[in-house]
Ligand binder design. Structure first.
Ligand code: AMP
Length: 543
């Protein structure tokens, strides 16, 4: 067969020509949304590539982005890899020194910054001396203000729009080896320094077809896709490129990430598929219940990044007729690993059990479980071990960081613990480092959290293991009550006792205002453990 390389360039060519009249919509809050056709985005991507070449971007140089989800970011997604350079999406929610460390480690030469993020990006520069060019989106008239914040010796500041206006409208896209790097992303690094993952053109192309599969999200031309998951969090789960392949429109939230704005965007833009972490959809659910809203255009709400409580899935279905699809993945997996469609032939009640699982492995993702000594365990749905995966869109190494402990005979160690069944369904119980071992038995923090979040008066619940004289370790449940609700530990203990073995019910409870979150919106157990150690939780002992 013909050996045609699988590249981002071909995704761009296909999407911006065959689906040139499709659009990328960028939310502008109270102002009318900005609209750009894929054909226009394609021309602007060519101009961007010309402009980047003009300021010296060459070879596989890294071009960073410090941006929200919007049309300009999509242009960078198209232009940078297709010109042979490497797109490096920087996480805008990390501290300035962390972003600086990551940009320096990756070797970012130029960074495109959203105008609204200039104040956040300016302090990064003192930790990232190698950045030579900063390109700011938005109105060129304001460039003068940004120059003073971002300029410095050996570093130029440009207006994105001025660069594009002055650049050639076409670009001689080079032939690219499909195994060369297209993009990179750093893991959120809850412990230790973040690690860089470099995605190849080939892995990106294959992964972009993932959401289009009917056993996954069945993206198609009729869809209008809202990636609430940031474009800096593992490529917005592949949805930007997948939308171009499927000819689906993209609806981008930009900086308007609050539940009211997301709900309004779904309604006015008739979004068919949204994707985000549970905290996003939990927030929207609370908003819908309090203020109402029409989300009937949705055919699917994809939810991953941390465990999706079954109660949330049931609530969306029962109250709004909307189906949620649970997905599991990791930055290292581009990131899609599995999606939880129930298998054919199970009962309606069993369907819920499958939907609540982390789902069935994608066709290109192989999985296995290993025990304490690295021995492979049976995939029988019963044995509990660490999940290991391998496949063509899974990283085989980290950038400039060998990290041998993360790999095992050609498999990636995910650090996730759970079961795997013969049908390829994953059921996670914990992150390896969050496992609670009580008197030699494991207690799943994820299970307790998901059950607690099914209680009508619980807004959020997170469980950590804390030292216990008798059992070694016991769970501590930190609960955020729904506003105005009065909750007692007796009530919560009784609620859990009906659902898990009695010995798993926590004796230690804390009512807190908010569960601390990581930069990508997940519960931060590290920060919870620190808060507990500092004595910040008013722990109630209940037996
Ligand atoms: P990140 O690389 O930041 O996307 O984090 C990946 C990690 O998030 C995984 O290794 C899991 O621990 C967690 N994760 C992702 N999706 C899920 C899910 N559906 N259920 C439970 N944990 C998840």
């Amino acid at each position: 067969m013909m050996d045609i390389p699988l590249t981002v360039t071909s995704i761009m060519r296909y999407g911006t020509s065959l689906f040139g009249d499709k659009e990328v919509v960028t939310c502008a809050g109270p102002e009318p949304a900005r609209r750009r056709s894929y054909a226009q985005a394609g021309v602007r991507a060519a101009r961007l590539a010309s402009a980047l070449r003009g300021i010296g971007v060459d070879g596989d140089q890294r071009v960073g982005t410090f941006m929200w989800n919007n049309a300009d970011h999509l242009e960078a997604y198209l232009a940078v890899p297709s010109m042979g350079a490497v797109l490096h999406t920087l996480n805008i929610r990390l501290s300035a020194d962390q972003v600086g460390y990551i940009a320096t480690h990756a070797g970012d030469y130029a960074v495109i910054v959203d105008e609204s993020l200039v104040p956040l990006f300016a302090p990064v520069l003192e930790h990232a001396a190698d950045i030579k060019h900063v390109i700011v989106t938005g109105d060129p008239a304001r460039l003068g203000d940004h120059e003073s914040a971002l300029g410095g010796p050996g570093r130029a500041v440009h207006s994105y729009e001025e660069l594009l206006a002055a650049a050639a409208p076409s670009f001689a896209w080079p032939a690219i080896d499909e195994r060369s790097a297209a993009a990179m992303c750093y893991t959120s690094g809850t412990t230790g320094l973040p690690k860089g993952v470099a995605y190849s053109h080939r892995s990106t192309y294959l992964h972009s077809m993932g959401p289009c599969m009917s056993n996954a999200m069945a993206l198609c031309e009729r869809d209008r896709v809202l990636p609430v998951v940031p474009m800096f969090h593992a490529n917005a789960w592949g949805l930007a490129y997948a939308a171009l392949l499927a000819g689906a429109d993209l609806v981008m939230p930009d900086k308007f990430m609050i539940p009211a704005a997301i709900t309004a965007l779904i309604e006015t833009e008739t979004v068919t598929l949204g994707a985000g972490v549970p905290t996003i959809w939990g927030g929207m659910l609370a908003h819908l219940r309090a203020a109402g809203g029409d989300i009937s255009s949705l055919r699917l709400l994809v939810c991953g990044g941390s465990a999706l409580p079954e109660s949330m899935m049931r609530a969306y279905k029962a109250e709004f007729g909307v189906t949620m699809l649970h997905a599991w993945g990791m930055t290292e997996l581009s990131p899609l690993g599995s999606v939880a469609h129930p298998p054919v032939g199970v009962t309606a009640e069993e369907e819920w059990e499958y939907r609540a699982s982390q789902g069935r492995l994608f066709c290109t993702v192989e999985g296995r479980l290993t025990g304490d000594n690295g021995a492979v365990l049976p995939s029988d749905g019963k044995a509990v071990g660490e999940l290991e995966v391998r496949g063509p869109w899974i990283t085989g190494s980290y950038y400039k960081d060998p990290a041998p402990e993360k790999f095992h005979d050609g498999w990636l160690r995910t650090g996730d613990v759970g079961t795997l069944d013969t049908g390829g369904f994953i059921r996670l119980t914990d992150r390896a480092k969050d496992v609670i071992k009580s008197g030699g038995e494991w207690i799943s923090s994820m299970e307790l959290e998901n059950l607690l979040m099914g209680h009508p008066s619980v807004a959020e619940a997170a469980v950590i293991g804390v030292p216990d004289e008798k059992w070694g370790e016991r769970p501590l449940a930190a609960v955020v009550p729904v506003e105005g609700a009065s909750l007692t530990t007796e009530e919560l203990r009784a609620f859990l006792a009906e659902r898990v073995p009695k010995w798993q019910v926590p004796e230690r409870w804390a009512f807190i205002a908010e569960v601390p979150k990581t930069s990508v919106g997940k519960f931060s157990k590290v920060r919870m453990r620190e808060a507990y150690q500092r004595g910040e939780y008013a722990v109630i002992e209940a037996r």
